[in-house]
Design a protein around this ligand. Structure first.
Ligand code: M6R
Length: 606
């Protein structure tokens, strides 16, 4: 959702504040703004556009001050306008507020404030907070007490950062359902939506829990509970990621960099200690039922996991999209819910886990971001170690999550006797060899993938299809393609085709078929048959197949012939090729690849 960052330090902090909000731009990029404490006033500059664009329009970096807050927005309440951009000022100009989250009861509060004569400048839910603070300060006399009083009136989710000339050189930051983390250094202190904001300046972090308030000064900070004001002591942790890891490193886009990072991130996933993987497998073995859960890409990761558990361990697990979990899940004591999330902050997934916990189920998670809410919420966590994923669309994080689930399925298969130790070891050897094969394929095949993407970029409609474990691959690939190209892309299990989707096919409707290896005879024949069905309706069909697959090569209008790989890793390779295909298609179409329109990296509202 939105990104917030606040910095307080010795001297002028604005260059640092600007860099910190720029580092969070992937969280939202409709508009951006900054509020800076100077003397007895607050200067606010904001406008629509990304961070650099707003800087050009408003000269954010020309501001000066030793404390400031900033925001990059992904619109929820109110259109994308300069007035709706954060920060928002109170009617008396004495409080500036940035917010990530949603205040559910803002209309009610707005009506009350309007009745008191307060004039609103924006359509946002956030603006009520600024005005309420001005009122509460009159009553309570300190910023801290005013903030506590205002928070009692809010219903919803928030991470808020507040500055006021009533208390110069202070930043107030509170967390109630949206992520917030402090960055600490001798020169300056930060409060931000995530650690990427301050990694170039410090790796020392303290994560806030819901219901906590931090008060930052140039010299340090205090942390307290909102409910009773009791001080909280929490040792800082050192963040392992460094800022360099999250830079583009010469690639034209983060998406491309992150696709090419995958041999490395898969190696990290292979190095997750076996004992952790085995512990998750054991939880599944002991559970009455297991549900895999994620949303968007992580739902498709779960779907891949479902096939892996069935095929490797003979255990059928359920997969539920987190947003639908409250409607359909039936879990309780004895059941296990395994959430998958890159950010660890996704509202739908977090709230589904909370519901599962309340229902008495055991919870586990595969998460990328250290210290994230989800990683701290669950009973059992596997940190996947993929490093920062900056592009809004998920690539490297998803592939590693898939690998973690395959590893877990292998452990379970070994534990429940479905796999012999020899078969288990052979699988592990295939997985171990995969990062190098992937590196080689990326190096050798990217040009071919680019050619295919450019050749087919005129198609407005696509069908991505696969059978068996290639079905989740096709679904995830279709989501990638939609996200970055804005084209209409349907992902389906190829068997569905003749049950309806075939009606869409004509010579303008392109298909991308995901072929299993020839050795998977039944699946391979079924995939070929589906392709024939499309071809018979004059539909152009392209495919991702293995280089020994002459039947596929003959029937297709074009495609990518991949090296022959073991059955266990071949689907993952197909997915990487499809990621690249989406990237190059989007490049050809001139799309905003790292920040596709209407999306945000971390969807922390419901
Ligand atoms: O951070 P999470 O993995 O929980 O995010 C889940 C989805 O929001 C995310 O996968 C989304 O679908 C991405 N845009 C996919 O590229």
């Amino acid at each position: 959702m939105c990104g917030i960052s606040g910095v307080v330090g010795e001297g002028n902090v604005i260059p640092v504040l600007f860099e910190s909000i720029r580092n969070l731009e992937y969280r939202g990029y409709d508009s951006c703004g900054m509020a800076v404490l100077g003397g007895n006033d607050i200067a606010v500059r904001k406008n629509t556009g990304g961070v650099d664009e707003v800087n050009q329009k408003e000269r954010l970096t020309a501001l000066q001050g030793s404390a400031g807050i900033s925001h990059t927005r992904w619109a929820t309440h109110g259109r994308v306008t300069a007035a709706n951009a954060h920060p928002h000022l109170s009617y008396d100009g004495r409080f500036a507020v940035v917010h990530n989250g949603i205040i559910n009861n803002y209309q009610e509060l707005k009506t009350l404030l309007k009745a008191q004569g307060v004039e609103f400048q924006s359509e946002t839910d956030t603006e009520v907070v600024a005005h309420l603070l001005a009122n509460a300060y009159l009553e309570f006399g300190t910023v801290e007490d005013a903030l506590r009083a205002v928070l009692k009136q809010l219903d919803g989710t928030y991470a808020l950062a507040v500055i006021s000339p009533h208390q110069p050189d202070h930043i107030y930051a509170v967390r109630g359902g949206s992520p917030l983390v402090l960055g600490l250094s001798p020169q300056r202190n930060f409060a931000a939506s995530d650690v990427n904001a301050f990694l170039p300046f410090t790796r020392k972090a303290v994560y806030l829990e819901d219901g906590e308030m931090a008060v930052l000064t140039p010299q340090g900070y205090t942390l307290s509970r909102l409910a009773d004001g009791a001080l909280v002591t929490r040792p800082p942790q050192m963040i392992e990621w460094d800022a360099e890891t999250s830079r583009k490193g010469g690639y034209s886009h983060y998406m491309l960099k992150e696709i090419f990072d995958q041999p490395h991130t898969l190696t990290n996933a292979l190095h997750i200690p076996r004992v952790e993987i085995a512990a998750l497998a054991q939880s599944i073995q002991q559970a009455r039922s297991t549900t895999l859960m994620g949303v968007g890409t992580t739902y498709f990761v779960g779907l891949l996991g479902q096939y892996a558990f069935s095929q490797l361990a003979g255990v059928l697990v359920q997969v539920i999209s987190s947003d639908e979990f409250p409607e359909v899940a039936v879990v309780g004591p004895g059941d296990l819910v395994v959430a998958v999330s890159q950010s660890g902050e996704t509202y739908d997934t977090r709230s589904a886990v909370e519901l599962a916990k309340t229902s008495g189920a055991r919870t586990a998670a595969i998460v990328n971001v250290m210290g994230s809410t989800l990683s701290r919420l669950v009973d059992q966590v596997i940190m996947q170690g993929s490093g920062p994923e900056i592009c809004v669309v998920s690539t490297k994080a998803a592939l590693s999550q898939m690998l973690v689930l395959v590893r877990t399925a292998l452990e379970l298969g070994l534990a429940n006797g479905r796999l012999t130790p020899q078969a288990h070891n052979a699988w592990l050897a295939d997985l171990d060899a995969f990062p190098d094969q992937l590196q080689k394929t990326l190096n050798e095949m990217s040009g071919f993938v680019r050619n295919l993407a450019e050749k087919t970029a005129h198609f407005q409609n696509w069908l991505f299809m696969g059978r068996g474990i290639y079905y989740p691959m096709a679904m995830e690939a279709a989501l990638k393609m939609k996200e970055v190209t804005y084209l209409h892309v349907e992902g389906i299990p190829a068997g569905f085709l003749k049950h309806g989707t075939l009606a869409l096919v004509d010579e303008h409707f392109a298909t991308l078929a995901f072929f299993p290896p020839k050795a998977a005879t039944r699946l391979h024949q079924q995939t070929l048959a589906a392709v024939e069905e499309v071809k018979a309706r004059s539909g152009p069909v392209f495919g991702i197949y293995q280089e020994n697959d002459h039947e596929a090569a003959q029937i297709l209008d074009g495609g990518i012939a991949l090296p022959v790989l073991p059955a266990g890793v071949a689907p993952l390779m197909s997915l990487v090729v499809a990621q690249l295909f989406s990237y190059f298609a989007a490049l050809k179409l001139g799309r905003a690849i790292d920040k596709p329109r209407n999306l945000a990296k971390s969807v922390t509202v419901g």
